[in-house]
Design a protein around this ligand. Structure first.
Ligand code: HEM
Length: 526
């Protein structure tokens, strides 16, 4: 009796499963047809690309992009679930789309994980192109212009010196190997805390450092532009997956950590106490005028930490990962430093024009180890046809920095770490980004067009101070039994090296006296 009832149900279930598999298969292969059907009024088709849909791209997605760019050319398209992407792999196409046609290509996709769940569309980086984004960008820029940076230049210099100091002390002058992650992270974090809240972490054990770095790492892991099926297959957004739970938790953690710091700044201001000029002070004072709500405040201040800590500290870590295996580069840099600066003081920002080899090293690290191989994806806000290729409104536009940074037409022997290639480049990265001949631009690490990184000036200053002072201070030794990987990395949207250790041996006994007087201070506490 039971088996009689079961068999028709079983058949039906099998029938439905078969139909679903067929529908899914057809849908997966539908780009074969869509590539012919989606056209502009003149019949121009979308850029070429693979004929199937993907749910996600695995780790090291840049390698897949490199292979597709070789096969399909400098502008190719790909479907991630329901979302159409185009990928730019050539500087001229980047200029034509992101810069010249910035009015069309400066929005952001409403990524489910990053923009809707974690940032809730608030922070500049997640805002769609329009009035709100302009307002947020203007507020952020108040503290990030070259002129504004001069106001806190001493703080940046101080943080670099403290980093050198703690590396020397904790490394027992080169006797004890160190993982530089914490030190580079603290340097970048303190700079961002000062700009955002007017504070710093007064000791290396401060739990705020680990907490902030943890949140930044979680952000980098959850917000890969290709890595989350939940971003490209809407039904998954209704399912209580571990990913969704992590995204929601991160949003709450950001509100808790940054919200509580904002409340403490506000309490001080309300009590008439001194608060240094900083982003949060401006936001609180202009809150009504700028019509900012609570989440705007939290996310605007959080995004400085999320955007400015991992990226800057990542480049410092990549530099330290690279340099032990390039002793000639270190030697040449140190000869330049000794010739120009001497051995009685650390380099400062004012020395930058006189140290072309160090400037070249920093640009080369940024080229071979950009923290974001795919920048932050833009999104088109109108239909657009480029050189006979149709890009529909709502297409996600990815800058394929990995392929662009390894283009032999632009960089001779592109896979080699060779700072010499930048020796005659006297421009800052910000100036280089404005060159009319884009083939001369140094690299694309800070993105392009209207959304180009607003922190570019402060990041350049920080990297200069950190890397020139590290080179001035130490010899760099890897450990014989602990090879440093230059290929693998952590993070999906932002990348830092896998944990590694090295020994930092002071170059000169005078390091002690040069650093004398630099002590940990807390400007004020929250
Ligand atoms: C070496 C360090 C840094 C690198 C490599 C970097 C890289 C980038 C990139 C690739 C973008 C996306 C650009 C685009 O959409 O085309 C970006 C955006 C952004 N960055 Fe940075 N960044 C760095 C440091 C900083 C710092 C120090 C801050 C804050 C003070 C910051 C704040 C931001 C913000 C707020 C955005 C979003 C801009 C927008 O959407 O309009 N970044 N950054």
């Amino acid at each position: 009796m039971i088996s009689n009832l079961q068999s028709p149900l079983l058949v039906l279930a099998q029938y439905i499963a078969g139909l679903s598999a067929l529908a899914l298969g057809l849908w997966m292969l539908s780009p074969i047809v869509l590539r012919r059907l989606i056209t502009d009024a003149d019949g121009s088709q979308i850029p070429p690309g693979p004929n199937n849909r993907y749910f996600f791209l695995r780790k090291y997605a840049e390698r897949a992009l490199q292979a597709w760019a070789a096969k399909y050319g400098p502008l190719f398209s790909i479907w991630m679930g329901t979302q159409l992407f185009v990928v730019i792999s050539d500087p001229r196409v980047a200029r034509d789309l992101l810069v010249t046609n910035g009015a069309v290509f400066s929005s952001r996709k409403r990524y489910y994980m990053k923009n809707q769940t974690i940032l809730r569309g608030r922070a500049i980086t997640a805002s769609e192109y329009g009035e709100t984004w302009r307002k947020h960008r203007k507020l952020a820029m108040q503290l990030l212009t070259p002129k504004a940076i001069e106001g806190y230049a001493d703080n940046l210099d101080y943080e670099a010196r403290i980093m050198i100091h703690t590396l020397k002390d904790d490394g027992h002058s080169g006797k004890v190997p160190l993982n530089p992650h914490h030190y580079a992270g603290r340097f970048a974090l303190n700079n961002m805390l000062f700009i955002s809240f007017g504070i710093r972490t007064g000791n290396t054990e401060d739990p705020l450092i680990s907490r902030a770095l943890e949140l930044a790492m979680e952000f980098m892991d959850l917000t890969g532009p290709w890595s989350n099926p939940i971003d490209f297959f809407e039904p998954l957004q209704l399912v209580p997956t571990a990913m969704r739970t992590r995204g929601r938790k991160l949003h709450e953690d950001l509100i808790e950590v940054y919200g509580s710091m904002i409340l403490r700044v506000k309490a001080k201001l309300d009590a008439g106490e001194y608060v240094p000029d900083c982003l949060v002070k401006t936001l609180i004072q202009d809150q009504d005028k700028e019509e900012l709500d609570w989440e705007d405040l939290c996310m605007l201040s959080a995004v400085f930490t999320l955007g400015g800590v991992h990226s800057t500290s990542g480049i410092i870590q990549w530099f330290l990962a690279l340099i032990p295996s390039h002793p000639n580069v270190a030697l040449q840099a140190q000869q330049e430093l000794d010739r120009v600066i001497g051995r009685d003081r650390l380099p400062t920002a004012e020395d930058m024009p006189n140290l072309p080899y160090i400037r070249a090293i920093i640009k080369e690290v940024q080229r071979v180890h950009a923290p974001f191989w795919m920048a932050t994806p833009h999104c088109s806000s109108e239909d657009f046809t480029y050189n006979g290729q149709f890009i529909p409104k709502g297409t996600v536009v990815v800058l394929n920095c990995y392929t662009m940074h390894h283009n032999p037409e632009r960089y001779e022997d592109p896979w080699a770490f060779n700072p010499d290639r930048y020796l005659n480049d006297e421009l800052s990265c910000a100036e280089s980004a404005k060159l009319s001949n884009v083939m001369d631009r140094d690299h694309w690490t800070f993105g392009a067009g209207r959304r180009i990184c607003p922190g570019i000036h402060v990041a350049e200053r920080e990297l200069w101070l950190a890397i020139s002072q590290l080179l001035w201070s130490f010899h760099f030794h890897s450990l014989p039994d602990e090879p440093i990987s230059l290929k693998e990395y952590e993070g999906l949207s932002g990348r830092t090296p896998l944990p590694f250790r090295l020994r930092l041996e002071p170059r000169d006994v005078r390091l002690e006296s040069v650093l004398k007087g630099d002590q940990e201070v807390t400007y004020w506490s929250l």
